[in-house]
Each structure stands twice: as structure tokens, then as C-alpha cells.
Design a protein around this ligand. Sequence first.
Ligand code: SAM
Length: 479
Amino acid sequence: MSPDDIVILKRAPMRYFPAFFNFANRPVFVVGDGELAARKIRLLAKASPLINIFSVSEGSLVEQEFGADYVCFRRDLRKADLEFHPGLIFIAVEDEKILKDAVALAKRARIPVNVVDRPELCDFVVPSIIERGDVAIGISTGGAAPVLSRRLREKIESLLPARLGELVSFVKDRRPRIADRIALRDRRGFYERLLSSPISEAVLDGDMKSAEAGFEAALDADTPLPGSIHIVGAGPGDPELLTLKALRVMQEADVVLFDNLVSDAVLDLVRRDAERVYVGKRRADHSMSQSEIGERMISLAKEGKRVVRLKGGDPFIFGRGGEELDQIKAAGLAANVVPGITAATGCASSASVPLTHRGVSQAVSFVTAYAGEGGAPDIDWQALARLRHTLVVYMGVSRAGEVSANMIAGGRAASTPVAVIEKGTTDEQRILKTTLSAMPGDMLAANITGPAVLIIGEVADFADGAGLIQLSQQTELAA
Ligand SMILES: C[S@@+](CC[C@H](N)C(=O)[O-])C[C@H]1O[C@@H](n2cnc3c(N)ncnc32)[C@H](O)[C@@H]1O
């Protein structure tokens, strides 16, 4: 039967079929000695110990880089070479005659060929590759849009933990013991729980000692593997300000407990099937008390769930993350804390305000104007006023009058610039530029309801960006 005799009975929706080759005992051929050939060889070298390279000129880039490890022929590909049954042939030469001859030889011998930048001559395409140890992911647009493949690869790369390969090896090395100890009918469940347990998390964090100890305990005891708890900083609102780790654990979560500071755009990135639990925490709307939130997390983790506690900004900056961590530890469980971008830095960047600036401000303090049900916090405003550096006040909307009066009484000039940034980094961001004495009135006039930070200090003069309340408008409002 010749290729002309092939009759197509049914159209297939995929143009290329993805497959993973084993080149351990089979050579791969590359024709060419320029940079494009070198790139292919570097890639192939990850999977193939036997690479034969043809059309290599003396002293070429390819010969210098690969001559010691692979066979380089200073001649073109010949029919007799194909008797070594190469698995694949890659052609990356500019000379059209050498290229065409090599393609013809490969096609006649029915060896799949890939010609760099010539999709019409290719039997197969090379996907964009992501590799983490034994984990390999190939992405292809069938040669139609390689740039898109690369972009997709970057996106997926950012979601995969850097130590994923280590996790695969960890599990692979323990398969025999798991097979020995866990009955076949329970094995799949065991793997599922293992991969979402703190044991796996420890491997991903590079903490092999804890992982090892956790694994031994899990094998010994017939108790279910524990779940995990992550206290995660969700940043000030813009989902692009999440850390890669935050995104990963959000996408692996079984349950997410979040409060009102977490933006919808961030919540949209939580795994679709995860249970979402609103735990309130607006000042007037404590839908769950602090200790109830802790208890809920603990009981969910004990059921084997992957729990994510999503908190606005950074969990350890005016976020009560420390209390939650204490409660979890007191219950004998571990929790991982994933930092987030705090409102001060997120809002300052979004409003072009450098919190420190050479010659203007050499230090910055973050303070809260609200200390929970107890009322005003124990803050030495006089001392802060004397420091003459940048002060970022959290939870200060309803206490702007006190903040202003205290700072001025402490000696800070009434004319000190202030930037009030409301709903910073979100589409609803507003920036109010004012002064320390005018701040309370201007905030009322501009109807600032928060969440907002008050940036007090000379650097506030730099405030600019989306949502800037214009000066004329501001004067009008203040009048
Ligand atoms: C309970 S504190 C939580 C702070 C949070 N842990 C952090 O690191 O940003 C809440 C205060 O953070 C500030 N805040 C949080 N998100 C904000 C945003 N997007 N824009 C302005 N201020 C914000 C406000 O001052 C708000 O009253």
C-alpha cells in the first residue's frame, strides 16, 4: 500500500496526537550546526543519550558545544545512516539542497521528521515543554501560534510548584511500601490524601525531614491522613498581586474561608469545586467570631480537607493571622502562612507613592487607628509625629479626625501632604490628595467610606494614578 492508497473515512478533530517518546536505547538525528540546531540538541539532550548530528562543519557552534558528548558527522545525512533506526529526525539547516535531501531520505525511510520553521514539511511538531523531574507537560497549537503555546506554558509554569519533580520522586520511591501496607481497595484514596496532606506540602517546601516523619506516621497509624491549613494573604484586591504560592494553594483547596476584604476577582481564582465560606469580619458584621473561625479550620483539617484561610492583604499585618496560627498550633496542627501584599505597599504603588524616597522620607511606619472592640489603639502619636517620616494608617476612615488632631498636636505640620487611597488596586480605586488638617473634612466631602489607607508625609505629594480626585473637584467638595 502506498500513501496514495490511504482512504480517510473520518475527519479527526486533533491535527497532532501528543505522545511521549522513550529514547533511552534509540538514537535521534539532528541535521544542522547553527543556533537553531543547537537549541534542538539542548532540548533533546534532556531525554536522549544518543544524538547523532550531521552536516557539522569544523569548529562550528554545535561541534564546540556537543562534540564531546555526541557523534558529530562532518558530512550530510546518507541513506545508510537510517539503518540505525533513529526515533526522530530534526532538520535545522539553511542550505535548501541539504534540507530537501534529508527530508526525502527521512520520508522514504518512514522516519518522522521535523524541519525547523517549515511546518509544511513536518510530520510532527515539538510542543512547548514544561518539566519538573518526571513530570512533563507539552503544549501545542498545532504549529498555528507558537507564541500562544509559549504564553500558555508561562501561565502553567507559574501554577506548578518548583519542587513538583521532588514530590513525584518522593511518591515513586515509596510505592513499594505503600503497596505493601495499604490494601488495594484503599490505595487510591491513600494517594489522594497523601498528595493533599502536609506531607506533600513539606516536600514542596523542601522540608524532607518532616515529610519523611509524616509519611512513616501515616503508614504506621491506620488513622486518616490529616488535611492542611494555609493562611493566605490575598493582597489588596488586584488578583495579579497574588503570589504564585497563594494561587496554587487556592486552586488546590477543598474549603476556602474568606472575609469581606477579599475581592471577587481574587475569589474567582479559587478552585471551582471548592466550598466557599464567608466568615465576615466587617466591623459591624462579625458573622463568625475569631475563635469560631479557628475552630472551623481545625475541624475541617481534621476531616482531611485542604483548608485555605484567605485574608485581605498580608495575614500578619493587622490581619489577626497570628491569633489564628496560635489557635491552630494549640490544637496540635500545623499551618503554612503565605504572605500577601499589604494594603500600604499595594495602594502606594497603585497611586505612584514611594513610601520611602531619598531626600524626602527615610522610613515608614504602619499603624492602625482601630484596635477592635477595645477602641483606640495604644499608639504614641506624639512620637510618630516627631519622626517626620511616612506614616500609613490602616482602618483610619472613621478616625481620621483623631489621627489628624493627634499628629498636629504632636508637632507634625498641618500642611503635611496626605494621600487617602480607597479600594486601592481595584477598578474602584480613588485617590484623595489633601493635607493633615484638611483630611477629615475632605474625606467626608469626597464620601470616602473605605477600605482606605491614609498615607501621611511628604511622599504623599507624589500621589497620582487611576481614580485621582481632581483638585478643582476637591476644592469644590471641601468648600
Ligand atoms: C483589618 S485591616 C487588614 C489589613 C490587611 N491584612 C493588609 O495587610 O492589608 C483592614 C484595613 O486594611 C486597609 N485596606 C485593605 N485593603 C485595602 C484596599 N484595597 N485599599 C485601601 N485600603 C485597604 C484598610 O485600611 C482597611 O481598613
